[in-house]
Design a protein. Sequence first.
Length: 70
Amino acid sequence: MIFDFIVLGATGMQGRIVSKDLFENGYSVLMCGRDKSRILHLLKKYKKSSFRYVDIKNNFVNIFLKRLVL
């Protein structure tokens, strides 16, 4: 499925608010985060949704540190 939006941090408070608003406006959303259980209700309610586990914190730190060293 092709999604209209990808929301990083979708399992947090702001991410859930943004995702719900997008769904209510007819968009399809790929919700990314660390705790799927926090958005199960959205996944069940909105058919144009999906979830992927993403933890960008460690990757971001690694990229940032590599740029400092270079």
